[in-house]
Design a protein around this ligand. Structure first.
Ligand SMILES: [Cu+2]
Length: 141
């Protein structure tokens, strides 16, 4: 029990390290610390331009779809959710898209990100989390 939990943790750390190296950013900079929690107190709405779309395959902590969003005030990492789930909702994101994101701003040592709850692009909107910030894709290991 104990050792399997540890090896799972080591696998996660390795995946985070590999991804961080590949992308030239550390996991921390990406906002992917363990225990990333949606916090209703830090919910905010941002409008900006998609600078980059990151789609990381697999089921690890770094997997899923992420945006780099450039607003007037800042460029911030936006964490959407599992790629398959996001795709099913029917909006594709591409560089240059104008989007409005409502989500929780999470901060830690050296990282900052938005955990998206809703994203609107043109006339389309997707809801990734319920009003309490619970992921609509359900619990993942
Ligand atoms: Cu992310």
């Amino acid at each position: 029990m104990r050792s399997s939990a540890r090896s799972r943790l080591q696998g996660t750390v390795l995946a985070l390290t590999l991804f961080g190296l590949g992308a030239g950013m550390s996991a921390a900079q990406m906002g992917h610390e363990s225990g990333m929690q949606y916090d209703l107190k830090t919910e905010m709405t941002l409008t900006g331009t998609v600078e980059d779309v990151m789609d990381v395959p697999g089921t690890g902590a770094m997997s899923g779809m992420h945006l780099s969003l450039k607003t007037k005030a800042m460029t911030i990492h936006v964490h959407l959710g599992p790629t398959a789930f996001v795709r099913k909702l029917g909006i594709a994101f591409a560089k240059g898209d104008q989007v409005t994101v409502t989500g929780s701003r999470i901060k830690g040592e050296g990282f900052e990100a938005i955990l998206a709850r809703t994203v609107t692009k043109g006339d389309s909107a997707i809801t990734l989390r319920d009003k309490n910030g619970m992921p609509r894709w359900g619990m993942r290991p």
